[in-house]
Design a protein around this ligand. Structure first.
Ligand code: DGJ
Length: 380
């Protein structure tokens, strides 16, 4: 064999071997299809690190923001911050780096390294021509007792974001649908019987709303929703996760407006994801079982303020009782397909947080009922 032929052959073998390596790190999902549950490599061949995430569609580009997880169980805490990726087609994602970094030189800071920073979402604010990020924040070392909302802003979509504050929602204000029972005092001894679990506790008789009225309501799993009129809402699990709250934000999207309402008392809904279809509002949510999957929930309403009607588990078919081993994080209008939506969920791997997978599936409707069926591979 001629020398040049041998060199060509060596080059070919090297190229094949290199492509094989990339394949092992999971090149399946990139390209022109979604393969739920597989590794999803970014432009560098690294599995996307944006858990509990959401999408901002800005111009002709999609931005995916999510929790940057690290290895092991320690990786469930925020050791890095919020990661951002960009894409033109939703299949292929470019690493845009860390959009919001945790603070490494002050362990008392609200977003100190080691805090819990979950479910970050970003929306564009027209009034100030800037980007506003909200996330569920638990200060370092206090477990999930803080139940705070963190807010950060940036003039550039991919950041860096500047941390503004951490707050409990709507301190000093009652919801629009407050009941008389909430204005009565409940002895602390009665409340201590409440463990905050997923048991059918009675949040109204324990009056967790009244307990937190002055200091601000609890806010854990959360999402944002911007309506067609530009009004933005924060949707979050409150009252020890027992009840969902929906709060109107101020015009600059960086604070609560004090207008809010509570829904599904005692239903322990987590992971709320809101979307609008043909003038109706929809929610896809989960039950409340920590990192473990459970059966999904769904609801519909003619107005964001209700009345909300709870529907069926939107997941259908084998594995639907565990939402195909996923938990909702966002619902995205399908590009160029009016009235069609993409379910985005997380398949958590708390024993090795960084390995968490993404379950993206199409949503179809039977009447008002959203339906999500499993597909190994699909394109919109
Ligand atoms: C379920 C929530 O949906 C997650 O965001 C996270 O808070 C885990 N619970 C923690 O157990």
């Amino acid at each position: 064999m001629k020398k040049t032929r041998i060199i060509q052959l060596c080059f070919l073998l090297f190229a094949v071997a290199f492509a094989g390596c990339k394949g092992k790190s999971g090149s399946e999902q990139a390209g022109g299809a979604f393969t739920p549950g597989e590794l999803w490599p970014d432009n560098n061949g690294v599995h996307i690190n944006a858990h509990g995430g959401g999408i901002l569609h800005d111009g002709d580009t999609y931005y995916w923001f999510g929790e940057h997880k690290t290895e092991g169980t320690a990786g469930n805490n925020a050791l890095v911050g919020v990661h951002c990726y960009s894409s033109k087609d939703l299949y292929n994602w470019k690493d845009e780096g860390v959009a919001l970094s945790v603070v490494t030189d002050d362990s008392t800071h609200s977003i100190a390294k080691g805090c819990i920073l979950e479910r970050p979402k970003v929306i564009y604010n027209k009034k100030n021509n800037n980007y506003v990020m909200w996330f569920h924040l638990e200060p370092k070392g206090a477990g999930y007792s803080g139940a705070l909302s963190g807010i950060a802003v940036s003039d550039k979509v991919a950041g860096p974001y500047k941390f503004l504050r951490a707050v409990r929602p709507n301190a000093g204000s009652w919801p629009t649908n407050v009941q008389d029972i909430h204005k009565q005092r409940v002895p602390e001894s009665d409340r201590s019987k409440f463990t905050g679990g997923s048991l059918p506790a009675h949040p109204d008789s324990l009056n967790l709303l009244g307990r937190d009225m002055e200091g601000g309501q609890m806010a854990r799993d959360m999402n944002l929703f911007v309506d067609d009129d530009g009004k933005a809402y924060h949707i979050y699990s409150s009252e020890e996760n027992s009840t969902l709250h929906i709060s109107l934000l101020t015009d600059d999207y960086t604070n609560y407006s004090a207008t809010y309402a509570r829904f599904f008392p005692g239903r322990f809904m987590e992971a709320p994801a809101m979307f609008k279809r043909d003038g109706k509002y929809y929610l896809i949510m989960s039950g409340c079982t920590g990192w473990a999957p459970n059966a999904g929930r769904s609801a519909v309403a003619p107005s964001i303020w209700g009345p909300w009607e709870e529907l069926e588990n939107p997941f259908v078919g084998e594995g639907s009782d565990l939402s195909f081993h996923s938990q909702s994080t966002y619902v995205l209008p399908a590009p160029g397909k009016s009235g069609q939506f993409i379910y985005m969920g997380d398949r958590w791997t708390p024993e090795n947080a960084i390995d968490g997978r993404y379950i993206w599936l199409p949503i179809r409707f039977e009447g008002d009922q959203p339906i999500i069926e499993w597909q190994d591979k699909w394109s919109y």
